[in-house]
Design a protein around this ligand. Structure first.
Ligand SMILES: [Zn+2]
Ligand SMILES: [Zn+2]
Length: 169
């Protein structure tokens, strides 16, 4: 076991009193912060595969965020291996997330390059989206909160919500 696997195992033992002995991989091109993988055999048996965490998460985020993502994936894992509903919106999943303090994707500060919508008048960044098309399609539906002006597409900008949080303090 590498250090990260040992760490995930420690969280599994602390929260579920169960060993996590599956591989934990750090992946450069993961399009989520974390992912738990499992398969169903032809007979319908649940076969857990392992956990992937994004390199971006490990490199750029503080420990409490990394823990929150790992706990999220461990909630998927635990419900999967115990035969319960294990999707992000299943009530069993949400309850387990509250119990252990896992983080949902929308609770994780954005760091990186994102398409942004800006206020047409004062050019403030009003919102970020995961994709350019989603960003553009939302523009016509909203006005800016700063001065109630129309929004316009502001291109792809470097966003660091963590840094903003630090400035607030
Ligand atoms: Zn999930
Ligand atoms: Zn404005």
């Amino acid at each position: 076991m590498n250090n990260l696997q040992e760490y995930v195992n420690k969280l599994a033992l602390a929260n579920w009193n169960r060993e996590f002995n599956l591989p934990v991989e750090v992946v450069a091109d993961l399009d989520a912060h974390g992912m738990f993988g499992g398969e169903f055999s032809p007979l319908g048996l649940r076969i857990p595969i392992g956990m992937k965490l994004s390199k971006d998460l490990i490199d750029h985020y503080p420990d409490y965020i990394i823990d929150g993502v790992i706990l999220h994936e461990l909630c998927h894992w635990f419900l999967f291996i115990t035969g319960k509903p294990c999707g992000d919106t299943d009530i069993e999943f949400v309850e387990e997330m509250f119990r252990v303090g896992g983080l949902f994707p929308n609770q994780i500060p954005k760091i990186g390059y994102y398409p942004v919508a800006i206020c047409k008048k004062c050019r403030k960044i009003i919102g970020t989206e995961e994709s350019e098309s989603k960003c553009k399609s939302r523009l016509k539906n909203y006005n800016s909160l700063c001065c109630n002006s129309p929004l316009m597409y502001g291109g792809i900008r470097y966003i660091n919500e963590l840094e903003n949080c630090r400035e607030c303090k």
